[in-house]
Design a protein around this ligand. Structure first.
Ligand SMILES: Cc1cc2nc3c(=O)[nH]c(=O)nc-3n(C[C@H](O)[C@H](O)[C@H](O)COP(=O)(O)OP(=O)(O)OC[C@H]3O[C@@H](n4cnc5c(N)ncnc54)[C@H](O)[C@@H]3O)c2cc1C
Length: 289
C-alpha cells in the first residue's frame, strides 16, 4: 500500500511541464486529480520514477465558451463541468455526464484530462467526447497536434497519446438548434463505474426529421465506441418510437468480445447496450423537439 520511491516535480507552467516530460518520457507520469493514478501507485501497478504534478499549472484549468464551441482545459475538474452555467445551457451533455461520475469527492478532484488519458473501458467521459465529436489537443516540446475523439481511444487503458505529450485542451462544439442529448447509465454500485452507459445526441429539422445522430457506449467492450449502425438507421428518418426501437437493436452490432466479469456477463452488457440506447434516444429526441 506504499508507492515505490519517485522524484516529485510541481511545475507552474506548461512549457516547464513539457520540458520535464521530454526529459523523462516513459519514466515519468503526470499527476492530475490522482483519483486513478494514486491508487495504482499504492498498489504498485504504476511505478513512475518521476512524478510531474500538473495541479499548479493554472493555465490548464478552465472552461471557456468561444463563438461556437467550448474550450475545456485538461485540468478542469468533473465538478467544474457539472456546474458551469454556460455548459448547462449550451452543451448540457457535458454537465450531465460529469454528474454521473463517482461521488462528490471524486468529482472535486478528478479531471476530464486524467479520465480521458487513463481510458478506463468503463469511464463516463469518453462517451460524451465521442458523441460530441470533440477534438483533443496534445502538446509536447516538439509542438502541438489535434486528434479527433474517434481516433483517440485505442483499447484497454490505451490511447493515441505519446509518452512525451500532455493532453492540454478538449474542444467541443456548442449544440445546434433543435438538438437534444442525454446520458443514461447502469452503474456498478460500489464504484459508480458503468456496466453500460450510453450518450446520445440527435438534431432534427423543423419537420422532426433526423439531421444528425451520434451514440456512444461505455462499459461494454475494451474501449468506448460509436454505435455507427444505430446512427445510420436514424439519419434522414422521422424519429418515432418504431424507428428508435429498430435502430437500437443495432447497438450491439459488431461487438464480438464484450467485457465479462463478476459484475455483469457479456450477454447482459450487450442487452444493456440495446436497452439503454433505446432509452437514451427516446429522451434525446424528446429534448430535441
Ligand atoms: C471511488 C472512485 C469512483 C470513481 N467513479 C468513477 C465513475 O463513476 N466514472 C468514471 O468515469 N470515473 C470514475 N472514477 C475515476 C475518476 O473519474 C478519475 O478522476 C479519472 O479516472 C482520472 O482522472 P484524474 O484527474 O484523477 O487523473 P490521474 O489519476 O491523476 O491520472 C490518470 C492517468 O492520466 C494521466 N494524465 C492525467 N492528466 C493528463 C494529461 N493532461 N495529459 C496526459 N496524461 C494525463 C496520468 O499520468 C495517469 O496515467 C472514480 C474514481 C474513484 C477513486
Amino acid at each position: 500500500m506504499i508507492p515505490s520511491k519517485f522524484e516529485y516535480h510541481a511545475p507552474q507552467t506548461l512549457p516547464k511541464a513539457l520540458r520535464l516530460l521530454a526529459e523523462h518520457k516513459e519514466d515519468a507520469k503526470l499527476l492530475a486529480g490522482g483519483q486513478s493514478l494514486v491508487p495504482a501507485m499504492k498498489l504498485r501497478l504504476a511505478t513512475p520514477v518521476v512524478l510531474i504534478d500538473l495541479n499548479r499549472v493554472g493555465a490548464l484549468r478552465y472552461v471557456t465558451q468561444k463563438d461556437d464551441h467550448f474550450a475545456v482545459g485538461a485540468m478542469a475538474t468533473h465538478y467544474m463541468l457539472e456546474s458551469a452555467r454556460t455548459v448547462l445551457r449550451k452543451c448540457p451533455l457535458l454537465a450531465q455526464v460529469a454528474s454521473h461520475i463517482g461521488d462528490v469527492q471524486v468529482r472535486n478532484r478528478g479531471t476530464i484530462g486524467g479520465s480521458l488519458v487513463h481510458a478506463d473501458p468503463a469511464a463516463d467521459w469518453p462517451t460524451a467526447i465521442l458523441a460530441l465529436d470533440a477534438e483533443l489537443k496534445l502538446s509536447s516540446a516538439r509542438g502541438e497536434r489535434t486528434v479527433k475523439a474517434s481516433e483517440f481511444f485505442r483499447g484497454l487503458f490505451t490511447t493515441a497519446i505519446e509518452p512525451d505529450e500532455i493532453l492540454t485542451e478538449i474542444k467541443v462544439s456548442a449544440f445546434a438548434p433543435r438538438t437534444g442529448s442525454t446520458y443514461v447509465k447502469v452503474e456498478q454500485p460500489a464504484s459508480g463505474f458503468a456496466l453500460c452507459g450510453v450518450a446520445a445526441m440527435v438534431t432534427v429539422n423543423e419537420q422532426g426529421i433526423c439531421q444528425d445522430a451520434r451514440v456512444a457506449i461505455t462499459g461494454v467492450t475494451d474501449k468506448q465506441i460509436r454505435a455507427r449502425g444505430v446512427e445510420t438507421a436514424l439519419k434522414g428518418q422521422k424519429l418515432d418510437s418504431n424507428v428508435i426501437t429498430n435502430a437500437s437493436t443495432k447497438a450491439s452490432e459488431g461487438i464480438t468480445s464484450p467485457l465479462d466479469d463478476i459484475h455483469a456477463s457479456g450477454d447482459y452488457r450487450l442487452h444493456l447496450a440495446r436497452t439503454y440506447t433505446k432509452r437514451a434516444l427516446t429522451e434525446a429526441v424528446s429534448r430535441a423537439k
